[in-house]
Ligand binder design. Structure first.
Ligand code: GUN
Length: 275
């Protein structure tokens, strides 16, 4: 039976540590979250970010814009926030409504306030030889969780399932930076089990491909980034928890695993930027 990795407990510990750091800062760190439209999930995520920021001694301001807002208006708002010295970090909650050019909006954020690490300038540093860069919140939180459970990464076979800019791609890069041998699988990969059965660490982040116990190597670490509702309306991840927890050595629950660690990753990024 796998050890269940407790993201809530670790998030709380990280927020307490951050609170001690922010208490001693001359200027209180400030996070701006831009929320465009009325996507229900995004509203909940942003409200959660605000709630846990305050635990870490971070002030938050949510800027809400109607669904009809155009790209130019959002970009102008971001430019204004870029030059506001009281703002430490700017987050644009994704997904944006379809008519908005997400790439243009994300790249309007000053790289020094890019708390998500989504600007081309920041991404370029992470994939190139840049020294100081922000690592996206979910992968940063996942690495903190692996670290808290003393899981070695160097030399391990890691399989990342999913290739999004938010999780899959940065996760693969960050695991490689820690000397893992990384394979990226996705919706077009044939016979995913051929890869996952050899993996010491599996990061499941598609929201589509279901992971079952028979796909895993005994004793592996399974990190479940998925967040859906099953046919009974209950929150679940990409993994079939019952079968996977019989085979894996470590597993993250949904909820209570990666979700809280994403919040912790965001707050660590913000305090780093503020300092
Ligand atoms: N939507 C889903 N995940 C994220 C994230 O990490 N950051 C932002 N800004 N939006 C998201």
């Amino acid at each position: 039976m796998a050890i269940i990795m407790d993201g809530i407990e670790l998030r709380n510990r990280i927020l307490n540590d951050l609170q001690i750091r922010t208490e001693n800062m001359a200027i209180k760190p400030k996070l701006i979250a831009i929320l465009v439209g009325d996507d229900m999930a995004s509203k909940i995520y942003v409200r959660n970010k605000e709630k846990y920021a305050s635990v870490a001694g971070i002030e938050t301001q949510i800027i809400r814009m109607p669904n009809e807002t155009d790209t130019k208006t959002i970009v102008e708002k971001i430019h204004e926030l870029n030059s506001d010295k009281s703002v430490s970090g700017i987050l644009v909650q994704l997904p944006l409504p379809k008519h908005i050019d997400t790439h243009v909006v994300l790249n309007a954020v000053d790289v020094n306030k890019d708390v998500d690490g989504f600007t081309d300038a920041n991404v370029g540093k992470m994939y190139g030889a840049g020294k100081e860069f922000i690592t996206p919140c979910t992968p940063r939180g996942i690495l903190a969780l692996l670290n808290a459970y003393d899981i070695d990464i160097a030399g391990k076979n890691a399989v990342v399932i999913g290739r999004s800019n938010i999780v899959g791609k940065p996760m693969a890069q960050m695991l490689m930076m820690q000397n893992a041998t990384v394979t990226i699988c996705h919706s077009k990969t044939k016979n995913i089990s051929d890869f996952t059965r050899k993996a010491d660490i599996v990061i499941a982040a598609t929201g589509k491909i279901k992971i079952t116990g028979d796909m895993l190597k005994t004793g592996c670490v399974l990190i479940d980034v998925g967040m859906q509702r099953d046919e009974k309306g209950k929150l679940c991840g990409d993994a079939d928890f019952d079968s996977c927890s019989q085979v894996a050595g470590f597993i993250t629950p949904v909820p209570g695993g990666v979700g809280p660690m994403t919040i912790a990753g965001l707050m660590m990024n913000l305090v780093d930027l503020a300092q």
